[in-house]
Write a new protein. Structure first.
Length: 590
């Protein structure tokens, strides 16, 4: 069975009940699971109905299954095999196989599990594995659990009639020991089945002792059926409803079932002695092995665990802590065991599949068109809001037609300059209308307050005048928010005013007009400033960009580029042009 992309089915075929767990596996992981059970002494019917239910749940058809359950009478054998070689010999897998092939089993019994319990060689006693060991003799002790061949054949034929084969047959306690026992623990397992009570002790080497007693919960049902004079199925039903090892005073007054006149007390009177007898037999059988192998706890499973008080009774009888793993312990252990066995292959498969997916994704990306980024490609021309109606949706359409990626937002407070223009409310409107980079030019006093408000309203770059109070603190504040920070230097201010902050800014906005109004003439003396800023930047490895604002047209733009500008702001030239995209292009000519 392939455990990477398929389904697997686990069945616990008991005398009075069949339980199943099925998993659907996709890409090495469990994608869907289902459980089903059928209470019936007709195993053929129960197996069929559990499989049908699970097939329906998972929408699949099973062809095979892993099987555990009541395999009938059992024999536990400890075999010793002795092989002697002429001279030294490197022990191999084949030597162990040869020893196993020579084991003999009682008539009518076949082995289900053969476990190496101990290996000895003359030069090393009690070795874990003889493989690769060089010696002239190997003595192995194998623990073997054998089951009646007739019952095994019966199970195979039940499966055959349900149109599935088996992938493996497992002893219930083998599965529980593999999944519930910690590596160093020694545990006494007790399964209270309908037909048998199975006892075994397992430690880190494997099975130390195993015994099946031909007494079980069906005997209890039989007793009830006889003494209360009801049929077997009815007795089974009453047992499940009422059976209790700790009778209560009121039980005498409470009818066991509305259909009958006997009380719960009557039921208990009848079943308690039988259960006590079964547990007595369990104790008597297990007492010597328990003192020999010294388990530290008991794990109890099977249908008998449903009777209240049974687990406590066993716990007291052995003076060992007992855990009730209920009737579905075995089928759960089977599913866990099978899943765990395939873990290394599953892990490798998942790693391969993930690597494959990464590779496929890379290839896919080559063929998938990249989605258009909503922010336009950068072009170094920023129209000034002073000359456009920023309330009109048309303005944004026009900007888009020219490929504009940066908008220069002029804000005047009436103090730093005489005029009042722009403002935080307008900035918010602009932000709501475009994904373009907002290049906010503050022509205001109180730069820190204005900057903070501009950032809240969506500014990406904030330019402050160099000649106001609080510039340095405001710059720090801007940069702390991760926005770009720059200063504007008016035509009449010398470059030396920038010296203390040049390392801390992202941009110098060279004003080619006195701030306050659009449409003024470009002051050619600033070309020298642009050049010096550009050479200083290169010389000292600085990072600021150089932008120019005021009086930009096709001519002055070219002069700015020549002297080292990176970004140009243009108001009236762009606003007055008849063809906006063409005007933008004319500014880009270098
Ligand atoms: C001036 C502003 C500039 C101005 C540019 O105070 O900062 O942004 O509006 O407009 P033009 O290009 O017409 O000089
Ligand atoms: Zn400006």
């Amino acid at each position: 069975m392939n455990l990477f992309d398929s389904c697997f089915l686990c069945l616990d075929i008991g005398t009075s009940c069949v339980r199943g767990i099925a998993h659907r596996v996709c890409s090495g992981k469990i994608a869907k699971s289902a459980t089903a059970m059928c209470d019936s002494f007709n195993q053929q019917f129960a197996v069929k109905s559990v499989i049908d239910n699970l097939e329906h749940e998972l929408g699949t058809h099973f062809e095979s299954a892993y099987i555990t359950g009541n395999f009938g009478n059992s024999e536990f054998l400890k075999h010793r095999q002795n092989t002697v070689w002429n001279g030294e010999h490197k022990i191999t897998d084949n030597d162990i196989r040869a020893q196993i092939s020579k084991l003999s089993f009682p008539d009518g019994f076949a082995p289900i599990h053969i476990m190496p319990l101990q290996y000895d060689t003359p030069s090393a006693r009690k070795i874990n594995s003889p493989i690769g060991y060089t010696d002239h003799q190997l003595v192995s002790t194998f623990g073997t659990i054998c089951y009646e061949t007739s019952r095994l054949n019966e199970i195979v034929s039940i499966l055959h009639q349900a149109h599935i084969q088996y992938d493996g047959l497992f002893d219930p306690h083998y599965l529980q020991s593999m999944t519930l026992r910690k590596p160093d623990e020694t545990i006494l397992f007790i399964d209270l089945g309908a037909e048998f009570s199975t006892l075994s002790i397992w430690n880190k080497t494997g099975v130390c002792w195993h015994k099946k007693l031909p007494v079980g919960m069906s005997n209890v049902t039989m007793d009830l059926s006889k003494s209360l004079n009801i049929d077997f199925d009815e007795a089974e039903r009453i047992k499940r409803m009422v059976a209790n090892l700790i009778p209560r005073t009121m039980d005498r007054m409470v009818p066991a079932d509305t259909a009958y006149d006997f009380s719960r007390g009557d039921v208990n009177d009848c079943l308690v002695p039988r259960i006590v007898d079964i547990i007595g037999q369990i104790k008597e059988t297990a007492i010597d092995p328990v003192s020999e192998f010294m388990p530290t706890k008991i794990i109890i499973s099977g249908g008998g665990t449903q009777i209240e008080g049974v687990v406590d009774f066993i716990e007291n009888a052995f003076g060992l802590p007992a855990e009730n793993h209920h009737a579905d312990a075995t089928v759960t252990a089977l599913a866990d065991y099978i899943w765990e066995c395939a873990k290394p292959e599953r892990d490798a498969y998942i790693i391969r599949a993930e690597r494959h997916a990464v590779y496929i994704n890379k290839i896919k990306k080559l063929f998938v068109k990249k989605p258009k980024k909503s922010r336009p490609k950068f072009i170094p021309i920023a129209p000034s809001t002073l000359c456009f109606n920023m309330q009109s949706p048309m303005t944004y359409k026009i900007f888009e037609s020219g490929g504009i990626s940066t908008i220069h937002v002029d804000i005047m407070d009436g103090f730093y300059v005489d005029k009042v223009a722009g403002g935080i409310a307008e900035l918010k409107t602009i932000r709501a209308n475009t994904r373009a980079h907002l290049h906010v030019h503050l022509m205001t006093e109180n730069p820190a307050i204005w900057a903070a408000n501009a950032i809240k309203a969506g500014a990406d770059t904030i330019i402050l005048p160099i000649n106001v109070n609080g510039v340095r603190a405001a710059l720090r504040g801007i940069r702390a928010t991760g926005r770009r920070a720059g200063v504007a230097i008016n035509p009449d201010i010398p470059l030396s005013a920038l010296t203390p902050i040049l390392r801390d800014i992202d941009e110098v906005l060279v004003m080619a007009v006195t701030p306050g109004a659009a449409g003024q003439e470009f002051d050619k003396s600033v070309l020298q400033k642009i050049l010096v800023l550009s050479t200083t930047r290169k010389k000292h490895g600085l990072k600021y960009i150089i932008s120019v604002d005021g009086g930009i047209n096709a001519d002055t733009a070219q002069q700015c580029w020549t002297n080292g500008a990176d970004l140009l702001v243009s108001g009236s030239y762009l606003a007055k042009s008849n063809d906006f995209p063409l005007a933008v292009q004319s500014l880009l000519n270098r």
